[in-house]
Design a protein around this ligand. Sequence first.
Ligand SMILES: NC(=O)c1ccc[n+]([C@@H]2O[C@H](COP(=O)([O-])OP(=O)(O)OC[C@H]3O[C@@H](n4cnc5c(N)ncnc54)[C@H](OP(=O)(O)O)[C@@H]3O)[C@@H](O)[C@H]2O)c1
Length: 212
Amino acid sequence: MDQEKPKLYLIAAIDQKGGIGLGGKLPWHLKADMEFFRRTTICHEDAQRRNMVIMGRKTWESIPESQRPLKGRKNVILTGNKDFKAEGAYVAHSLKDAMELADDRIASIFVMGGAKVYQQAISLKGIKGIYLTQVKKAFRCDAFFPKPPKFPKKELLGKGEEAGVPYEFWLYSKPASVRKLPREGQAQGARPNRSRSDRKEGSAGARPKKKR
Ligand SMILES: NC(=O)c1ccc[n+]([C@@H]2O[C@H](COP(=O)([O-])OP(=O)(O)OC[C@H]3O[C@@H](n4cnc5c(N)ncnc54)[C@H](OP(=O)(O)O)[C@@H]3O)[C@@H](O)[C@H]2O)c1
């Protein structure tokens, strides 16, 4: 049987103004979010497969040397530098080439930033969902998450507070399959009974009104 194609996700933590970074680093230190990121990007249902993470060169460099490559995941770094090498990680020179490194042993692909990479990935047709940590404060930031498309489903996966900083873990996604309604004049079966939360329009992340 053919292996299922890898599922594509974005994963990010954003503050109240869509900020994600400052000076090449995260503007906050939230252990719970680090753990959420680790768990989400490592976990998969098929023991024969693993997940892949795609990141920009600057995000790679923001990870402490002792912690990279990220364990248990295939690490792919995007750079324009043809001589760039990173031990234990793959290097790609376009987002398309990076995605093509996902062979049939990859369960899910997680685009994990930074701003420049999210900007390119956000408009990809095949995105299944966005894991978004909403940091419920405004931080000084110089890197931002792009305006996301609308996702029909919005699930709260968890919430908490650390050092006075409240946060929420959300998954914005598309339903697994979209049921086609019968065309007019065709036999009517039972109507799909969609839950309230399925009907609610989810837009991933509060956007600032001001131009950045
Ligand atoms: N809050 C979050 O969830 C989160 C997640 C990740 C990162 N961050 C933050 O985001 C900030 C970094 O974001 P950033 O936008 O400055 O950098 P970035 O996206 O991490 O990396 C940008 C670099 O990636 C390479 N690149 C990107 N797209 C490429 C393409 N299509 N082809 C070839 N190379 C490509 C280029 O590398 P070269 O210059 O080598 O050519 C580019 O300069 C940091 O502050 C980091 O902490 C936050």
